[in-house]
Design a protein around this ligand. Structure first.
Ligand code: PLP
Length: 374
């Protein structure tokens, strides 16, 4: 048995002809940076999400960084963000010279706990970055209400959740700014780094547009210190081809998640919990297992790949630990010890899901005798 975490080559085989035409067109045009493909992608993504403006940038990390700059967050400010996630949101806060305030997550969904978020608000708090982890939105109505009541800017980290929604409103369409990553392994992935910032506010959109292009609106007139963070035309053309397939791919991910759920019912592992008020797009299918590391080895021995997102919460990373040594976030710390993500991607076959579940059943049975030792 050999089940990988992801099979991008299989996706490519399905799209080879379309992609070759799109890429060939860009190369023949001779226009590679800030051109018609990027503009078309921005319009298509904005329409897809139901937002007014979208600005393509070089990566998801840049999207978060430029969003914070556009919102005017800087030295002396505090930004609340979860610790149980990828480091990029915290890094972006550090880039602008603001202070990260790490808060704990909901044990069922691994997303920002609204009560913990509200409790962490202080006089210096300027913004909240809500991360939609594993493909499911955070409790957006609750977090949005807190931000409105307390005068804070809500920024969404939608890197793992393109197409997910809460009450029919898509991830990215709730906050003042929504940040997306098109890293190759995301639900909508480029063939390199790529990202996007979305907003309904024309001023914020204009600010991000200037920041990504050396602080300029018109050629060689620089109004602020910006960056080189443009998305290139080749990546935009590739993403436009793939965007047409996104809903179908997300539906396939949900089907595979449903099959995992049926086959793993009654097994000793904890299954992902859906909030029930919108689509989870299953960027990851993440289970909980107390003997996680032993289980992972047993799966690997049976040819089944798995991954740990994330083994160390951000506040305990070497770079942040000296400053946040006194912070304890029990839900995040426990999740980091127990989570295990199983293979899930649109091309994953039903029989592969069955194989993974068989391997998992055998593995949990053989991991059992160790239980007393943990
Ligand atoms: C991937 C990811 C990012 C960063 O995106 P890049 O495009 O790799 O810079 C940020 N946040 C989360 C939650 C991610 O999964």
């Amino acid at each position: 048995m050999n089940v990988p975490m992801l099979d991008l080559a299989a996706e490519y085989r399905d799209l080879e002809v379309e992609l070759a035409a799109a890429v060939g067109k860009v190369i023949a045009s001779g226009r590679f940076i800030l051109g018609p493909e990027g503009e078309a992608l921005e319009q298509e993504v904005a329409a897809y999400l139901g937002v007014k403006h979208a600005v393509a940038v070089a990566s998801g990390t840049d999207a978060l960084h430029l969003a914070l700059r556009a919102a005017g967050v800087g030295p002396g400010d505090e930004v609340i963000t979860p610790s149980f996630t990828f480091i990029a949101a915290a890094e972006a806060v550090s880039y602008v010279g603001a202070r990260v305030v790490f808060v704990d997550v909901d044990p069922a969904t691994y997303n920002l706990d609204p009560a913990a978020c509200e409790a962490a608000i202080g006089p210096a708090t300027r913004a909240v970055i809500a991360v939609h982890l594993f493909g499911q939105t955070a409790d957006l109505p609750a977090i949005d209400a807190i931000c409105k009541r307390r005068g804070l800017t809500l920024i969404e980290d939608c890197a793992q959740a393109i197409g997910a929604d809460f009450d029919g409103r898509r991830a990215g369409a709730w906050g003042a700014l929504g940040c997306f990553s098109f890293y190759p392994t995301k639900n909508l992935g480029a063939y390199g780094d790529a990202g996007m910032v979305v907003t309904d506010d024309p001023k914020l959109a204009e600010a991000v547009r200037m920041l990504r292009h050396h602080g300029s609106r018109t050629t060689y007139r620089h109004e602020m210190i910006g960056y080189n963070s443009r998305l290139d035309e080749l990546q935009a053309a590739i993403l436009r081809v793939k965007l047409k397939h996104l809903d179908h791919w997300n539906a396939r991910r949900r089907e595979r998640a449903g099959l995992y759920r049926r086959l793993l019912a009654g097994s000793p592992v904890g299954l992902p919990v859906e909030h029930g008020r919108g689509a989870h797009v299953y960027h990851q299918f993440t289970i909980r297992a107390p003997l996680r590391d032993a289980l992972r080895e047993q799966l690997a021995a049976r040819g089944v790949a798995s991954a740990i997102y994330y083994p160390v919460p951000v506040h305990q990373q070497p770079v942040y630990a000296p400053e946040y040594g006194s912070v304890t976030l029990p839900v995040s710390e426990r999740a980091a010890r127990e989570v295990l993500s199983l293979p899930i991607y649109p091309q994953l076959t039903e029989s592969a899901v069955k194989d993974v579940c068989d391997a998992l059943r055998e593995a949990t049975a053989s991991a059992k005798p160790l239980r007393g030792k943990t």
